[in-house]
Design a protein around this ligand. Structure first.
Ligand code: PLP
Length: 403
């Protein structure tokens, strides 16, 4: 399997070499694409252009959505999605307490009110029963952000049923899980708007980067306007906007209060190469997930790996675990001594952070507090080799025997 030349630079030395939770997997192909892109335009223009459009088209084809907007990060994609919905000021937008902070802050920056609901300990994802309670209490909820934690896919069947019933929009924060499949369809296709991240630790990478996926042309157009300085369009066609001379170019006409959240053309060049490797990346991540699941499942009195929802085939970003037999810090410290990186489950419970006081919530979200206290993840990226997995197994066995 020489598709990627993912050979470790040198033989893995347990304890001495760090087992990272993630990191870009690139080869000469990406480096050649970068150099060719610089040479193609003589270093004259770095801004996203022809390759950006090519990458967006390839992403649209992959997910089945009609429109894709390539951005400089997943966080930017979340903000653009919310702005592009163009909801009335202070509209209620629901999201889980176990979240990434920018899913939460984007709601506020877009001018809406975040309503936080609890997550499920067994999946770390939004609890659809809590979501239903939120809709019953606030039938005017305008949008739901379902966050795909660590690549695990929320119960989108139940969530979609609710968003349809209450005529609310569904945004999927799929920053962690590009490549995931639900009910035999690319997971993005189940949401009104999906967002992914191409950060170096994510499934495919452009260094930093992200994308917004939608089949709604109005939403797509608005998201692109917000991304591109607020301009009407990127060409010199005459504006349609009232108040400007009729020959004024759309490129310099501003219907929305925009930002500059564009990526570089170089990032698109890398993305095009990475996208070709998606299936092989997914295969390696799936195999590593299965191995880690087997290892941690040997000690049910200590660890509970998360489960996937029925009909879902996640593309795992990392291996999330719930620790219940011992304090989490015991495992974190033992892994640290053995040079195995761990990470908390992002915010755990956003309500516990200083920014959480900006939220309305349905109760205190006790399950998310358990995720905060007892949840962690370790890596399973293609950088995690079979030798490393063997060493993780030995470390887990030794840790369990000490308890
Ligand atoms: C669930 C989730 N949402 C959003 C983001 C933000 O993505 P980015 O780092 O590209 O801004 C991340 C980042 O890791 C994430 O894990």
């Amino acid at each position: 399997m020489n598709l990627m030349n993912i050979k470790p630079l040198k033989k893995f030395k347990p304890v001495k070499d760090r087992i990272h939770y993630g990191g870009a997997v690139i080869t000469n192909k990406e480096i050649s694409a970068l150099l060719a892109t610089i040479n193609e335009n003589g270093g004259f223009n770095w801004t996203v252009g022809k390759k950006g459009s090519e990458f967006e088209k390839a992403l649209a084809k992959y997910t089945g959505h009609k429109h894709v907007i390539f951005t400089n990060s997943g966080s930017s994609g979340l903000l653009l999605s919310l702005l592009a919905l163009d909801l009335p000021k202070n509209s209620l937008v629901v999201l889980p307490a176990t979240t990434f902070p920018t899913a939460f802050s984007s709601v506020i920056y877009a001018g809406y009110k975040p309503l936080v609901v609890d997550s499920k300990v067994e999946t770390f994802n939004i609890d659809e029963k809590e979501l239903e309670k939120a809709f019953r209490k606030h039938p005017n909820i305008k949008a739901v952000i379902a966050v795909n934690i660590a690549g695990n896919i929320p119960n989108l069947v139940a969530i979609r049923k609710l968003t349809k019933k209450y005529e609310s929009k569904l945004i999927l924060d799929n920053c962690d899980g590009f490549g995931g499949v639900y009910d035999n369809k690319p997971v993005e296709s189940l949401a009104d708007i999906a967002v992914t991240s191409f950060h170096a630790a994510h499934i495919i990478t452009t260094g930093e980067g992200g994308a917004v996926f939608t089949s709604d042309g109005v939403i797509a157009n608005r998201a692109r306007q917000y991304r591109d300085w607020g301009r009407e369009d990127g060409d010199d066609a005459p504006t349609q906007l009232a108040g400007l001379p009729s020959d004024y170019p759309r490129r310099y006409s501003y219907p929305v209060l925009g930002f500059n959240l564009k990526p570089l053309e170089l990032q698109a060049a890398v993305g095009l190469v990475q996208l070709k490797k998606l299936e092989i990346f997914k295969k390696i991540r799936t195999n590593n997930f299965k191995e880690l699941h087997r290892i941690f499942s040997k000690y049910p009195n200590l660890f509970k790996p998360v489960r996937a929802e029925e009909k879902s085939e996640p593309c795992w970003f990392s291996f999330p675990i719930f620790i219940h037999g011992v304090p989490k810090s015991d495992l974190v410290n033992y892994f640290a001594k053995n040079n195995i990186e761990t990470r908390p489950i992002f915010a755990g419970n956003i309500l516990s952070h200083p920014i959480g006081n900006k939220a309305k919530s349905l109760g205190t979200c006790p399950n998310s507090s358990k995720v905060l206290r007892n949840g962690l993840f370790i890596g399973l990226s293609p950088r995690t080799t079979p030798d490393m997995i063997k060493f993780i197994e030995k470390t887990v066995d030794n840790f369990a025997q000490k308890q």
